[in-house]
Design a protein around this ligand. Structure first.
Ligand code: FAD
Length: 430
């Protein structure tokens, strides 16, 4: 593009003089011939001080030699060079210069001068470095966390994750966030969407993941949503908000296994106590029954004697037998009172699959000892049944014990039991 003929040369001079960029013009050896007021402001050198000196006066000597060699190689090919140099001001302080040098080529094709333009980008660089440092720090903290963390964008794409999360990908073989969020959405239903719409965080929701052939995994999950301003140029005057979802998942499988073991132990203790009481009840009831026979005979004898009584000689026997009868009845009552009551248990909705699974787990030692293989076919979905958890568990345990005993008695060659739970609708006749 050529310069319009009506544009006075004076305008060029004024434009350079008044430019906000530090501008200098040198000869072919980089000796300064001219520097504008902005150059003075940035470097601290006045025109009078700097003119006649080489641009190398600004060098802090911390810029690697390779940078200068590249700079000069580019200029020798009469190409502009742009880069960052560490400069030293007149007062000795340093700044980072974003410098562009353009060769000025004369009509014969020789580089007669160089035009240098630079600005102090120390503050911008400091900010960039601070952001990089903070990012590196956040990433190392997030990476060191013993919790799987991942950040998803609006399209559920993972934009950030940590080492624990990456480990989980290996464990599950699929994107963990997709699996965990699907479980949470299914379990929470409309509550999940309501929390997202209101930007309310979801805390500590437990999710269980079944893994075929391997132990299940339990996670304590938390979800929160946040917005970020779009940093693209398009959004400079019209801010656009981007939405992100932060998911954290802590593996609590070990804790859950411990809790499960404690729960099973206490259920086993309860069952053992119940079985003990039951056998005590049966023994005492048997003793009462055994005693009732002779007592009834005694009572009949007393009634017979009463009817036959004529003389006073038999009154003594009569009285003695009455006494014996009274004492025996009192003893029987005492024995009956010793029979322990069956403990009342809260009736609650039960998942029979879970109760039977507990019983099977508790019966593992007995099954192993008897060499019995159990095929366990629970119905995927069962309606809940109202009952006492311990009593139903005791019932299943008894059934299982009977099955094992029956197999042992008959010395069955096939040592396999199929345990199946299924739903069957019972027609109601009116
Ligand atoms: P130098 O002795 O100058 O040399 C370093 C290397 O540069 C040499 O090994 C050589 O390969 C190459 N070199 C140097 N001069 C020439 C030359 N005339 N022809 C071919 N190769 C050469 N430097 C800054 O540090 N800060 C600035 O702000 C800055 N502004 C500049 C503006 C302009 C317009 C120009 C032309 C140069 C500018 N320079 C600037 C570069 C400066 O001239 C020096 O080359 C640089 O500062 C290194 O100086 P030095 O004394 O450390 O090394």
């Amino acid at each position: 593009m050529s310069i319009p003929p009506d544009l006075p040369h004076q305008v060029f001079r004024q434009a350079v003089e008044q430019a906000a960029l530090a501008i200098s013009i040198t000869d072919a050896k980089a000796n300064i011939l001219y520097a504008n007021p902005a150059f003075e402001r940035v470097t601290g050198y006045s025109q009078a001080e700097i003119v006649g000196h080489n641009e190398s006066l600004l060098s802090y000597k911390a810029t690697p030699g390779l940078v200068y060699a590249t700079l000069w190689a580019q200029l020798k090919r009469q190409r502009a060079w742009n880069g960052l140099l560490v400069n030293r001001r007149r007062d000795g302080s340093r700044y980072l210069a974003d410098l562009t040098i353009t060769p000025v080529v004369d009509e014969e094709g020789h580089t007669s001068h160089y035009l240098g333009m630079h600005r102090d980008v120390t503050a911008v660089h400091r900010l960039e470095r601070q952001i990089q440092n903070q990012k590196a720090m956040i990433e190392s903290v997030v990476d060191a966390a013993q919790v799987a963390i991942c950040l998803l964008d609006e399209r559920d794409r993972v934009v950030l994750d940590n080492q624990e999360y990456k480990k989980l990908i290996g464990d599950l073989g699929r994107e963990p966030a997709a699996i965990l969020l699907a479980h949470l959405r299914e379990r929470m239903g409309a509550e999940f969407d309501a929390a997202r719409d209101r930007g309310r965080a979801i805390h500590h929701r437990e999710v269980k993941l079944e893994r075929p052939g391997r132990s299940s995994l339990w996670f304590a999950c938390a979800v929160s949503w946040f917005e970020e301003q779009d940093v693209s140029a398009d959004a400079f005057y019209e801010p656009v908000r981007r939405h992100y979802l932060l998911l954290t998942a802590q593996d609590i499988s070990e804790l859950k296994r411990q809790q499960e073991a404690i729960r099973l132990n206490s259920l086993a203790a309860l069952l053992a106590e119940q079985e003990h009481i039951q056998s005590l009840r049966e023994t005492l009831a048997g003793a009462v029954y055994q005693l009732e026979g002779p007592l009834n005979t005694l009572a009949a004898a007393v009634r017979l004697l009463e009817r036959r009584r004529e003389g006073n000689s038999e009154e003594t026997i009569d009285a003695a037998m009455e006494e014996a009868l009274r004492n025996s009845r009192a003893a029987l009552d005492t024995l009956r009172a010793c029979i322990p009551d069956q403990a009342a248990e809260a009736i609650q909705p039960l998942n029979l699959n879970e109760v039977l699974r507990d019983v099977l787990k508790m019966s593992i030692p007995a099954l192993l000892a008897a060499g019995v293989v159990v095929e366990w076919n629970p119905a995927p979905e069962l309606p809940s049944v109202n009952g006492g958890a311990t009593q139903i568990a005791a019932l299943f345990r008894q059934l299982l014990a009977n099955a094992i005993e029956a197999m042992n008695e008959r010395r069955a060659s096939e040592r396999e039991r199929v345990v199946r739970l299924f739903t069957q609708s019972i027609p109601i006749e009116v």
